[in-house]
Design a binder for this molecule. Structure first.
Ligand code: MTE
Ligand code: MO
Length: 250
């Protein structure tokens, strides 16, 4: 084989290689278009095609497991809880409390459950002693008791509601309000709380019912809950509107 022939052969090889590469390129594009069309031809679940929704569901499972099972806030013996619990923030507590207070749980617009404090106290009670952290920089080991929100949701058949992404809570006068992601709300240490240091909550600490949510900074532990509702989009949040982080997680 002379030089001339060698050059001819390698040119031919190169040309064949280019053709193969080009065909593979076309096939890859065709496959991408096919997969795209297939995904979009699938039935939709909650506004996402089923295959994508499946991926989201797996993500959700991984993260809700990570949040609810592996990230428990540290707890303390009752003896370590302070006797004089600091009072911080009175937004939504300035008007007189309606003596006929009931918790409003909006199952869906136009369908609201009215629940008395006695009803809530009849549910299984959970005590919790943890280090309560305010975003202003102080913290205190404090002792609370109430019903786990997850127990409450189960007892009141809020299954469809707890499939949604967020819970919104507000004071009866709507002056203070928070939005909480569902995984944090269903966390086993999140309480609808009616006791502090073994006694009914003082008025300035949220009597008759407040939230205690140890996976968040104190801003999310709303005092004097009036209404609870459910939403797939983030509910309004008092401190978020004033520049704080929406999730304020710990
Ligand atoms: N209704 C209402 N809830 C509230 C507040 C508030 O101003 N109004 N302040 C929040 C903040 S910033 C903190 S740190 C805690 C303080 O709870 P404590 O007063 O029982 O210590 O309540 C939270 N819940
Ligand atoms: Mo706070």
């Amino acid at each position: 084989m002379n030089d001339q022939e060698e050059i001819l052969i390698s040119k031919k090889k190169l040309r064949n290689k280019s053709i193969v590469a080009f065909i593979l390129f076309i096939l890859a594009i065709a496959a991408a278009i096919f997969i795209w069309k297939w995904i979009h031809s699938q039935p939709e679940i909650a506004e996402a095609p089923k295959p994508l929704r499946k991926v989201l569901a797996v993500n959700e499972k991984v993260f809700s497991k990570a949040i609810s099972n592996y990230h428990l806030a540290k707890t303390y013996p009752v003896s370590e809880a302070v006797k004089h619990v600091r009072v911080n923030g009175d937004i939504g507590l300035k008007s007189a409390l309606d003596s006929n207070w009931k918790l409003h749980v909006v199952r869906e617009p136009g369908d609201t459950l009215l629940i008395t404090l006695a009803d809530i106290k009849a549910l299984p009670k959970t005590d919790l002693v943890f280090d309560f952290k305010c975003i202003e920089g102080w913290s205190q080991i404090t002792h609370w008791a109430g019903v786990k929100f997850s127990d409450f949701a189960r007892k009141y058949n809020l299954n469809a509601q707890t499939q949604m992404n967020y819970v919104g809570l507000s004071t009866p006068d709507k002056e203070y309000y928070v939005g909480i992601d569902m995984a944090s709300m269903m966390h086993p240490q999140t309480l609808l709380c009616y006791e502090m240091n073994g006694k009914p909550l003082p008025l300035n600490q949220g009597y008759p019912l407040r939230l205690i949510i140890p996976v968040k900074y104190g801003i999310k532990s709303i005092k004097r809950i009036g209404t609870i509702f459910f939403s797939n989009t983030p509910p309004p949040d008092y401190w978020y509107e004033r520049g704080y982080d929406y999730f304020s997680g710990l």
